[in-house]
Structure formats: C-alpha cells, structure tokens
Design a protein around this ligand. Structure first.
Ligand code: 8YV
Length: 327
C-alpha cells in the first residue's frame, strides 16, 4: 500500500475532525493548540506533504522559501487566504484550498448581530448592568437607533454579502451594495438590492455600512480615511471581513470625534492587537474574530479540509482550490 501523506495541522481542530484526520493520513496534530511561531512553521513546511494552517499562521514567501519538495498542498482551515502568499505558492507548484460556503450563514448572522448591537447599544447596556450602576428603567435610558427603514450598504456582494442582504431585508433595511462587478439581475431582484458602481456615492447615501469583501492588495484600506469621511454622522460601520480593509486609525479617530455614530468590529488590522483608543470608546462593539465561531461551523470547516486533502492526494482537483486571479 501507498505511504500515507504527512499532514501537519497548525492548530487544534474539533475532535471528530482530528480523529478522521488520524485515520486517513499520517497526521501531526497540535494537541495543546499552542500557536506555531515562524521557526515551527518553517519546520512544518520543510517536512509536510500537506499543511493545514489557519488565519493565525502567516505563510509568506519567507516561510515558503523553506518548503520541502513534498509540500504540494496547503489546505487552509478557513475561508480567507490573505495570510498565504498565493503567488509564491503557485510558483512552487503548491495548491491552496480554503473552506467556503459552510461559514457564510454564521458570519452573516454575526454581522447582523453587530448591526443590532451597535445601533441598539447592546454592549453599553451589558456594561451598565455589570457595573452595578443601573437604577431602573427610564424613558430616555439607553436610546439607540431603530434599524428598520434604514439603508444598508454592503461592500462586497459575495456569498456572505448576499446572506447578509437576505437577513437585512427581513429586518426591514433596504439593501444597497458595491461590488467590482454588478451581480446577476436575478440575484439583484431576489435580494431587492440596489447596485452602486461608485463606492464613494454609496457610502454617502447609506446609514449602515458592512464590509464583506476579501482582503487583497486591491481592498487594503478600501475604506480609507478619505472614504470614511463620506459617511454621514449618524452612520455605523460593521466589519466581519478583515481589519486591513478599513483604516483602523482613521476609523478610531472618527468614532472618538463622533464623526460617525458607531462601529461593530469582529476583525482588526493587527490582530490580536486592538487599538487601545478603540477599547475606551463606548460607541464601538468589539469582538475577537468570532464571526464563524460556531461548533457546527468548525466541524463543517474541518470536513471541508478533509475532503480537499483526500481529493487532492487521490490525484484529483480539490473542490475548494483557490484560484489566484479570482480574488
Ligand atoms: C476563521 C475567517 O475562523 O474563514 C475566515 O476567513 O476569518 C474565520 O472564519 C479563520 O479564518 C480560521 O482560519
């Protein structure tokens, strides 16, 4: 029989996935979930046939320079692959896969949760009770803004953007979007979504902005200081995509000066570091990158990883091969 491929997994995955991983492959798991430093990553790419990284592993050209001849597949546990240098991987003949679809709905849920939390001051209300200072109901206590009847502008109408649009419609928001390409008219109609070719114009028009595009060189600081200034003072911004898409320093300044009303952030420019000024702000709801963090979703992601590896080592094109030019 053929020798099983050596699969190195950088983080601890759900138990059911690890069990299957051990059955199928010669798997090296990360039992205590201690993060791999650069030296450990380099060791891993030297020896593995398949590497399973996560968003916390920076697989850049410097790491890939040490890739051994056996490394043929990087099967990412997660959808975003901005932490992997795709060009270098391609040049070295390494296939990259991700885990789309299975985290779409969970991430859209969390995005909706952030929109509600910011506009209805969920974090502030929680803090008031926990501080012990709550004196009881009052007619002007903790007033937020209603979201029904407001305009939502989605930046990036891919899978998560569309799942968010469906939810937003149910909450009575009107849906606007900006995307590199206009989506199919049937989808636009189904989602009741209005296309804005100009991101600038959409930003000036909406009450809520949600960032749902991938982080690529083209979207780095897409929401720049200049663009953020186009937002209306009552607008709120939520980001469940990647911190790098928004100029965090400019956003923080605008929140502090109340130039926009609030922000809900699940992702940050320099994770796990969070701008200390953001932490002091009451009008920011901050979450530790948990947009897709459901028990079910993590298992689904793991199953996707298993299928991608299995298909690849059996000699076929894995279902979730990342195609560089498409991003
Ligand atoms: C994952 C994410 O938890 O999939 C993504 O792009 O940001 C998260 O849903 C993370 O990537 C795991 O690697």
């Amino acid at each position: 029989t053929k020798k099983k491929p050596l699969v190195i997994v950088t983080r601890k995955l759900p138990e059911a996935i690890e069990t299957r991983m051990m059955e199928l492959f010669d798997s090296r798991l990360n039992i205590d979930d201690s993060p791999m430093d650069k030296a450990a990553l380099i060791e891993a790419v030297k020896h593995a046939d398949v590497l399973v990284p996560t968003v916390t592993d920076r697989i850049d050209a410097a790491v890939l320079a040490h890739a051994g001849p056996n490394l043929r597949l990087i099967a990412n546990f997660g959808n975003g692959i901005d932490h992997i240098d795709l060009q270098t991987a391609r040049q070295r003949g390494i296939t990259v896969t991700n885990t789309p679809d299975v985290l779409t709905e969970d991430t859209a849920d969390m995005t909706m949760g952030l929109i509600l939390s910011v506009s209805r001051r969920v974090g502030e209300g929680e803090r008031l009770i926990r501080s012990g200072d709550w004196n009881g109901w009052g007619p002007t206590l903790m007033l937020g803004h209603r979201i029904w009847g407001k305009r939502l502008g989605i930046v990036g109408m891919g899978r998560i953007g569309r799942a968010l649009a469906r939810r937003a419609k149910g909450f009575g928001l009107s849906v606007h979007y900006h995307n590199r390409r206009r989506v199919h008219p049937d989808i636009e109609e189904e989602l009741d979504a209005t296309y804005w070719e100009s991101l600038d114009q959409m930003l000036a028009h909406v009450d809520v902005v949600s960032v749902n595009c991938p982080h690529t060189p083209a979207t780095y600081h897409l929401l720049s200081a200049r663009r953020l200034k186009l937002l209306q003072p009552h607008a709120i911004l939520v980001n469940t995509a990647r911190g790098e898409i928004v100029d965090e320093t400019a956003l923080t300044r605008m929140l502090a000066n109340q130039e926009i009303a609030g922000a809900g952030l699940d992702v940050f420019e320099h994770e796990p570091a969070v701008n200390p000024k953001l932490i002091e702000l009451n009008n920011a709801v901050l979450l530790p990158h948990m947009g897709s963090a459901t028990i079910e979703g993590r298992v689904d992601m793991g199953e996707k990883v298993l299928i991608n590896i299995k298909t690849f080592v059996d000699g076929h094109t894995p279902p979730d091969r990342v195609i560089e030019g498409l991003l």
